[in-house]
Structure formats: C-alpha cells, structure tokens
Design a binder for this molecule. Structure first.
Ligand code: HEM
Length: 696
C-alpha cells in the first residue's frame, strides 16, 4: 500500500501527493519513519520548513531513482539518477501536481528524504475560512469586554477544527496553515465590514486606516502627537471624523441594545460645539473604558473611572472639598508655595528652566493638598523621588492602554505595563498611609464614613495627576505665549503694576477679578493642551473629552445648530444611546471631542477677543470649555483659576522675563507630547528681579 504524503499546495488547490512505495510501518502522524526498499533502509523525515522537498545526505550517491514521474509533472528534468538538478523541487510541486515515486534503490546506503507535506487541503481551507467568518459574526454581535477569553478561543479554535472536524494529520505545518487561513479570513471580513457601507458609521469621513483598526490610533498616541493628527483630520474631513480612538461610550449591555452594534473602531471625533455639548452634558454619554487604562486591579476605582450613581456619589465627596470656603482654606498653602517658587527662582540668578520649576511647584502644592505634604521639591530644587517622572510614566502606560479599551485587562498582564501601574499604585498607597498615620484623611469630618486607606490613595493620586500637570502646563504655556508676544506681555505687566502698587499683597484674591487682560490671556491660552490655550497647542485632555470648538472657527461649524439638524447618528449617539433608559440604536458608538483640533483655527493669540464687547464674528465662546462640561467636568476649576492667578501675578510682578539667549522659542511648542499629561521640553528663560518687588 502506498504512503501518501501531501506536499505543499495551498495555492494550487489540487492535492499533491508524494507517493512512496513499497511502504510499511509508516506513521503518517509522525512523518518520521523508516522503511525498507527490499534490503535497503530509508529514513523519511518530515521537516516543516519553508519550501521544498530537500534531498539530504548522499541521496544521489545512494542511487535513489525517482521514476515514473507523473506525466503531469511538466517541465521537470531529471538527471541520470532520476534527480531534479535543482534541489528546490518545491517550485515544481507547486506548479503541478505530481507523484514522485521512489521505486528502487541502487545501493545499500541509508539516506534521508526530507519533504514538506501538503499542509492544507480543501476541506480544511473551507472550514478555516468559515470559522473565521463565524468568529467575526460573534465578535461583532457580542463585543467582548475583555480580550482574555476571545484570545483563548481564537488560540484553540483552529486546533480544535483539525482535531474534531477535518481530522489529521495533526502536523505543525497543517496547524500553522489553518491558523493563517482562519486569521486571514477573520481579518479580511472585519476589514471589509468596517470599510463597507454596511457599517453604521459609514457616513462619517475619515482615514481608511482609522476605520479599520484602533492600532492606528494607538500608534499615533504612542508618539504623543495625536492632538496634531486630530487637527489634521478635522482640517481635512470637517467637524465629524471617524477615527480610531475612544473616549465616551454607552456601556449599556442589555440584550436589546446589543442588536446592530457598530463594531470595531466605532469612534467619531467631534468638534461641533452643539454636538459636543450634548455629548458631555447630563443625558449625554458616559465615560468610556479609556479611563481604566491605568487602574490597578487591587485599587478602588477613582472618580475619573466612575460613571452613573457611583460617580455622582464620589462627586459629592469631591465637591465638599472644593467649595468656595474650602478653597479659601487652601489659599495659604498656595501663597506659601508660590512665594517659595519666587524666592527659589530669585536664588537661581539668571537663566532657569521654567518648565522644571513650575512642575516642582505644582507637585509640591498638590502633595500638600492631597497627602498633607510629603514632597519638598522646591526646597531641593529637583524632584528627588522622581514623582513627576513616575507620574508621566504611569500616565503614558495608562493612556496607551486606554487606546485599546477592550484589551485593557490583557495589556495589564504585560510585564512593563503591570509593573508601572503596580509601582505607581504602591507609591500612592504609601503616601496615603503616611497621611493617615498623621491623622489627616478627613480633617473636617465631613464624611459619614471615614475614608479608607485605599480610598485616600485613589483620590490622592487623582488629585495629584489632575491638578499638577494641568496647572503646570497651563502656566508654562502661558509664559511662553506672553514672552513670544511682547506687546501682550507688556500689557499684562502694566495691568499688574496698576493693580498692585507698593505695599499691596499680590495674593489679594479680591483683586484678581479686575485683572481683565490677564484673564483674557488665560482664556486664550488656558492650558496649551487644554483649551483656549488649548486652541493653540495640544490638548492635555483630548482624551478627556474637552470639547473643542475653537474660539474662532469657520462659521459653518459655530452656527447654533438645533439638535435635529445634527448628523443623525450623532444625535442618536448622544441621546438614544444614553444608558439612562432610552432605546438604543447605536450603543457603544464612542465619541471624543478633539480640543486642539479646531481650537487652533486660526493659530493666533488674540486675548482681546475675550473682552465682552470684542467684535470677533467667528468667536464662539460657548466652545471654550477648558474644564469640560457636564457632570464630569473639572471639579477643581475654581481652585485652578485661583492658583493660576496667584502664580502668574507673582511671577510677572517679580521678574522681567525673556527667552534665554540661544533658546529656540519657536520650537518649544513642538516638543509638547500628549500622553494625557503633557510632556514638554525645557523652557529656558532669563529672569531679572524687578525693582518694585515689594508685593511678594
Ligand atoms: C488648569 C488647570 C486644570 C484644567 C485645565 C483642568 C481640566 C479638566 C478637564 C478638562 C476635566 C474633564 C476630564 C474628563 O472629562 O474626563 C477635568 C476633570 C477633573 N479635574 Fe481638572 N483641570 C485643572 C485643574 C484641576 C485641579 C486643580 C483639580 C483638583 C484640585 C482638578 C481635579 C479634577 C478632577 C477630580 C476631575 C475629574 C472629575 C470627574 O471625573 O468627575 N483639576 N479637569
């Protein structure tokens, strides 16, 4: 009985077989066998390498003759011993089915015949393709919340297919091929669907790659310049762009709403002010899983990861800490740290890196507020414990994990990701423990239940992240902007000099409301990444849904459109998919508002546009939402504004500033990378103490 060993032939479709006889004791499962041609022993081993039937050993000398070559094996030439002169016989096997018959041996030598068996046959091909399509259907219908189970299923399915449906031989090559075909079919059908008019978001323009995979968004985010990419997209495609990232989503998961889901990169980035307001305000969309990117499994969810009732309850706690009365209580701390900043800057005597000093200031301040102290960076002149570095590392990991929300749990299993999150979690817990040991977790006794250490850690970490980087980047960006625009710089200085004369307290908060021009500058450039400041530079929180509509945007985007005239899917997305009970036709469509995007139109710093009587026709103040909108807006905005006024007043009153000689000021904003927190390069400024410094 002949032994049939399949040779490579996925493409040709017709089964090829290498026919060897006489045969006995061959184990087709093993593909490694010994047999005898008469007295002559032959070892046949299957080696699943790439290409060909290889002759090895002294096959030629052994005198193996391949005869009775199938007639259909056109074009093959054999030498006198019956060997093809080109040992790569794979080509021949691919181009034509063949039966290579070994039927005689001329000497008594042992030799090996290595060949690749055919790894894919028609039934396997058909089944693997079908399985791929079925998997797409299921994933589409029941989009998994975690990738672990789908990964396991995907890993075992082709093997199970071979074992139970198609049958052996169970070789590595066959297994590999079934995986390739299975994944190819799954991948192709996903791509085809996402690009097809059948996709619920098909009406939205956007780059094909963004429609096909979130990995594109991840790639862009990994470089920290996604905010610029968003701007490009909106410049090109308009106010609604289908992208590959997610921010807010309807996480309703009732069977009803699972019907007709858009699957895959089902995100649209929106810069249309009315739509953005619908998304963010009450009744809009809940936060997406992006925010869980950095959540440690052993850690309580922080306010930023929460939604619904839990979020509302947590907000109440935070609100109590951010009332006007509470903020007044924090003022002495701000005064202390701002004064310390000024005196440390004076000691530097000349050129300083303002980014670094403002970071130290903001971290020290938030260390005081969140953990009752613990950092003394301004004193040391550096971040001795690497808190800022740790925070940025943590936020980078969180930000990138959050780009692929359905895979977050799996990503956390990666050593680097898991370690970074673990370390930052430990760091927060240690600070919280210290704070509790000092007996200071709810000094005011406002809470019914005394906060646990875990709660204090989760809240404290969020406070430091939410409040330090935002404030520091806003401050440094605004300084950069003013130094780049000397006429505005002079106006700010003039205003401060008029307001605070010798002997006045620069930290007299009652006077800040009359600092109109400084206020206007802050509006224009709130945080380079956050808002109006945002509108010229990256958005710290683009992922956080800072809706963006530029202070100056094309008329067609800023006209107050009634909701009914918004693109249908957006209205549906905003209203119908709310988890608050309405029927959902487009659940799990995700929306993000891309701040920098339109807010950079035009790229000009014009503080005057913020004066009440300013005549800037296309200036849509409703689009200016540096602190976001709705139930999850910035809880610390009053405090932040107070802090900014205090620090900016103190700085501009105390120093004459100019960019240091040789400093490339124009390039500075380009170094801003957005990883939810903003990485920025040194801002080298020459400081000269002013004569009328009596205020600080
Ligand atoms: C210039 C300074 C600041 C800016 C521009 C800013 C901006 C924002 C924005 C845009 C959000 C919305 C995030 C989202 O929708 O996911 C936010 C949320 C938040 N901010 Fe701020 N922020 C600043 C300072 C602060 C300060 C000083 C604190 C605390 C003392 C703070 C605490 C928070 C918290 C806790 C949230 C989460 C609120 C929630 O999820 O309910 N922020 N901030």
């Amino acid at each position: 009985m002949p032994l049939y060993v399949p040779v490579p032939g996925i493409l040709a479709g017709t089964p090829r077989r290498l026919k060897v006889w006489p045969t006995k004791d061959l184990d087709p499962e093993l593909f490694r066998c010994e047999t005898f041609f008469g007295r002559h022993k032959i070892k046949i081993s299957y080696i699943p390498t790439r290409t060909c039937i290889k002759t090895a050993g002294r096959m030629s000398a052994a005198g193996l003759v391949i005869s009775r070559v199938n007639q259909r094996m056109r074009g093959l030439r054999f030498d006198q011993n019956g060997f093809h002169p080109n040992t790569d016989m794979h080509k021949a096997c691919r181009t034509d089915p063949a039966f290579l018959c070994l039927d005689s041996i001329l000497s008594q030598q042992t030799f090996h015949i290595h060949f690749i068996p055919r790894s894919m046959d028609s039934p396997l091909l058909v089944w693997a393709i079908t399985l791929g399509l079925i998997n797409h259907l299921l994933l589409h219908k029941f989009e998994p919340a975690s990738a672990n189970i789908p990964f396991l299923l995907l890993a075992f399915e082709p093997a199970a297919l071979l074992a139970f449906v198609v049958g052996g031989p169970f070789s590595t090559a066959r297994l590999g091929c079934s995986y390739a075909v299975f994944l190819g079919s799954l991948g192709l059908s996903i791509v085809a669907y996402r690009l097809s008019p059948l996709h619920p978001l098909a009406q939205y323009p956007g780059p094909a790659i963004g429609k096909v995979t979130k990995l594109w968004g991840l790639w862009k985010a990994s470089h920290g310049y996604k905010y610029l990419y968003h701007k490009e997209l909106h410049d090109r495609y308009g106010p609604y762009v289908r992208t590959g990232e997610q921010i807010r989503e309807d996480i309703t998961r009732t069977p009803l709403t699972l019907k007709g889901l858009p699957s895959g990169p089902n995100e649209i980035s929106v810069i249309d002010a009315p739509a953005v307001s619908q998304i963010l305000n009450s009744g809009g969309l809940e936060k997406g899983r992006y925010y869980e990117g950095g959540r440690h499994s052993a850690m309580l969810p922080s306010i930023v990861c929460m939604s619904g009732e839990a979020h509302t309850a947590k907000r109440r706690v935070w609100n109590r800490a951010m009332t006007s009365a509470a903020i007044r209580e924090y003022e002495p701390l701000v005064v202390k740290r701002a004064s310390q900043l000024v005196s440390r800057l004076r000691e530097q005597n000349g050129i300083v890196d303002l980014v670094s000093w403002l970071d130290l200031f903001a971290l020290d301040l938030m260390g005081n507020l969140a953990f009752g102290g613990g950092f003394e960076m301004l004193r040391d002149g550096k971040d001795v414990d690497g808190v800022g570095e740790r925070m940025r590392g943590f936020m980078k990991v969180s930000n990138l994990s959050g780009q692929l929300p359905w895979i977050i749990n799996t990503l956390h299993l990666l050593p680097h990701v898991g370690r970074t999150i673990q370390e930052f979690n430990d760091f927060g817990q240690n600070l919280a423990i210290q704070r509790m040991q000092n007996g200071a977790s709810d000094e005011a006794g406002l809470e019914k239940e005394k906060p646990t250490m875990e709660m204090s850690a989760a809240d404290g970490i969020i406070a430091v992240i939410a409040a330090s980087d935002t404030a520091a980047s806003t401050l440094s960006s605004l300084v950069w902007f003013l130094l780049s625009n000397p006429k505005y710089y002079r106006r700010v200085q003039q205003e401060l000099d008029n307001m605070f004369v010798e002997g006045d307290d620069i930290f007299d908060v009652n006077k800040y409301q009359e600092l109109y021009f400084l206020s206007a500058c802050m509006s224009v450039y709130f945080c380079p990444i956050l808002c109006s400041s945002v509108h010229l530079y990256p958005e710290t929180r683009h992922c956080v849904c800072t809706p963006l509509c530029p202070p100056t945007v094309p008329d067609k985007f800023t006209s107050a459109k009634p909701a009914e005239t918004l693109p249908e899917a957006v209205v549906r997305t905003n209203l119908d998919s709310s988890p608050r009970g309405r029927a959902s036709t487009r659940p799990r469509t995700r929306c993000t508002a891309a701040p920098t995007t339109s807010s950079r139109t035009p790229d000009q710093f014009i503080p005057d546009r913020w004066f009440p009587n300013a005549k800037f026709e296309r200036h849509d103040t409703a689009a200016f939402i540096p602190f976001s909108l709705g139930p999850a807006n910035c809880i610390g905005q009053k405090f932040a504004k107070r802090e900014l006024f205090m620090v900016l007043s103190a700085l501009f009153k105390s120093f004459e500033m100019r960019f240091a000689d040789g400093f490339d000021a124009e390039a500075w904003p380009l170094g801003m990378q957005d990883f939810f927190v903003v990485t920025r390069g040194p801002l080298r400024v020459t400081l000269t103490p002013r004569k009328n410094e009596s205020c600080v």
